[in-house]
Design a binder for this molecule. Structure first.
Ligand SMILES: [Zn+2]
Ligand SMILES: [Zn+2]
Length: 107
């Protein structure tokens, strides 16, 4: 059976994952993910509360002026440091970030 390097890599990864070390690495990754997620949820809840209590003013979308905006966090450690964007521009902003991370060249 011919295996592409990618398949071989997948098999190696599968084998690695069932080892004790691999399992630990997997758990660590999951834990890290949960922590980041917690930070994210926490930031959102804090911001929502601050808006509700009038501590923070909600601004219209930075891109199109839509009043139905949501806070986009630049840093989840700073819940009140946000850019206000509508649903559409918010998801666009996240796609942009994703592109930067994956370094996908797109025309
Ligand atoms: Zn917008
Ligand atoms: Zn965002």
């Amino acid at each position: 059976m011919w295996l592409s390097p990618r398949d071989k890599n997948n098999i190696a990864q599968k084998k690695y994952r069932i080892t004790k070390k691999g399992k630990l690495a997997c758990q660590r990754k999951a834990k890290k993910y949960r922590e980041i997620n917690k930070l994210k949820v926490n930031a959102r809840v804090k911001l929502e509360y601050a808006v509700k209590t009038g501590r923070i003013k909600r601004f219209p979308c930075r891109e199109c002026g839509d009043n139905n905006s949501e806070g986009h966090h630049l840093d989840y450690n700073q819940p009140y440091m946000v850019i206000w964007l509508c649903k559409f521009h918010h998801s666009e902003e996240h796609n942009k970030q994703y592109d930067m991370v994956s370094k996908k060249a797109r025309k």
